[in-house]
Design a protein around this ligand. Structure first.
Ligand SMILES: Cc1cc2nc3c(=O)[nH]c(=O)nc-3n(C[C@H](O)[C@H](O)[C@H](O)COP(=O)(O)O)c2cc1C
Length: 358
């Protein structure tokens, strides 16, 4: 594929996500989790402490902006606005897939811009499938890490998106080669954490077992209920056959709350809850269930197109809602929130009760 096609596709994704309704019709199922209100919370709202550590880095709240963009001129401004906001709020940030700059270094500046900011946790982003299709190795990872002075590397798994794109890379067979690539990287370069990341369809329990075997330090579940890639591609694709194919999968995916339960049950590393996290209440529920941190993309992208102050507003609102929730359930800090009681209702309970046969 001509690399200009990659740049154009990135820009189309941004425009579609900004102007179209690209969120799942179905829910994350966080609405099926209830935290137990305390009429006697025995804590002071003013003193609620949301600080936490993620991969050894101190964040002011358990929140990161997950990978969105890079690889075309408009992306530079978006990444700058996100970087400025997360620096101010002391949160983590990922960049979008760095493949565009791996194949064409002239667009690297749209990622490099974030090096100008003092961000406590910077996460790079490469696609799992390219380690098979393009035989990428540890040296490619190092180029991506250096580009942003990264502290961690997310490897994204996006089988649905690849399958419904006419130009998609669809060979995920033999993905365990990542085990060797990651361990070679850690030996040859540095021991940064590697995060396996979905992009909005979620990981199953079986996936989490495989990802642990490969040696991932973290999993970002990126489940369904937020941005839907079937929807984004449905708007973008012109080819009739692929348009119809994407339409069939508008409802596909594991709701984020379900994927979070699946992953935290079997994975011993760090768990990030993302995919449709839209409020501090969703964040509190995620952490009570077992996530170490939450991630958000779409609302941040839309704000970043307006400016960094808008991004600050979105993230500050979520943190304020998190604090209010923690107060209402009597949890003074994130450690206490991790022990908070909750109940599981309705459809979420069905997903968890009716196990796929082992
Ligand atoms: C415009 C756009 C571009 C994205 N590009 C990437 C990407 O390059 N790599 C990746 O791992 N995830 C990418 N994502 C997925 C997000 O990181 C996130 O997993 C997903 O959107 C679900 O979160 P949300 O519901 O908060 O948007 C992108 C999301 C958006 C909206």
């Amino acid at each position: 594929m001509d690399y200009r096609d990659i740049h154009l596709r990135k820009l189309e994704h941004i425009l579609i996500c900004n102007y179209c309704d690209v969120e799942y019709r179905k829910s994350t199922l966080f609405n099926a989790i209830e935290l137990i209100h305390r009429g006697v919370p025995n804590c002071n709202l003013e003193d609620i402490d949301t600080t936490t550590e993620l991969f050894g880095r101190k964040l002011d709240a358990p929140l990161i902006v997950t990978g969105i963009t890079g690889g075309h001129p408009e992306a530079k401004e978006i990444n700058r606005n996100i970087a400025e906001a997360v620096e101010e709020l002391n949160l983590g940030m990922g960049v979008g897939s760095q493949r565009a700059a791996i194949v064409d270094s002239s667009v690297a500046d749209s990622y490099e811009i974030i090096r100008d900011y003092n961000i406590p946790l910077v996460i790079g982003n490469l696609g799992a499938v390219n380690f098979i299709e393009d035989r990428w190795d540890e040296d490619v990872i190092e180029r991506a890490v250096e580009m942003i002075e990264g502290d961690a590397m997310a490897i994204h798994f996006n089988p649905l998106q690849e399958a419904i794109q006419p130009e998609g890379d669809t060979n995920f067979k033999g993905i365990k080669i990542l085990k060797d690539v990651i361990s070679r990287y850690k030996r040859k370069y540095r021991d940064i954490p590697f995060i396996a990341k979905e992009v909005g369809e979620g990981f199953s329990r079986e996936d989490a077992v495989v990802l642990e075997e490969i040696g991932f330090d973290g999993i970002d579940v990126a489940g369904s209920g937020g941005t839907s890639w079937a929807m984004v591609e449905y708007y973008r694709i012109k080819d009739k056959e692929f348009k119809e194919l994407s339409e069939r999968f508008l409802d596909w995916g594991i709701p984020t709350a379900v994927s979070l339960f699946y992953v935290k049950d079997v994975f011993s590393g760090t768990v990030i809850a993302s995919g449709g996290i839209r409020s501090g209440v969703d964040m509190a529920k995620s952490i009570a269930v077992g996530a170490h941190c939450c991630g958000v993309a779409l609302p941040v992208l839309r704000a970043a197109l307006k400016g960094s102050k808008e991004v600050v507003k979105v993230l500050e609102r979520m943190i304020k809602e998190l604090k209010t929730t923690m107060f209402l359930i009597g949890c003074e800090d994130i450690e206490a929130l991790r022990r908070a009681k909750y109940i599981v209702k309705g459809e979420l309970k069905e997903w968890l009760d009716i196990r796929v046969k082992d």
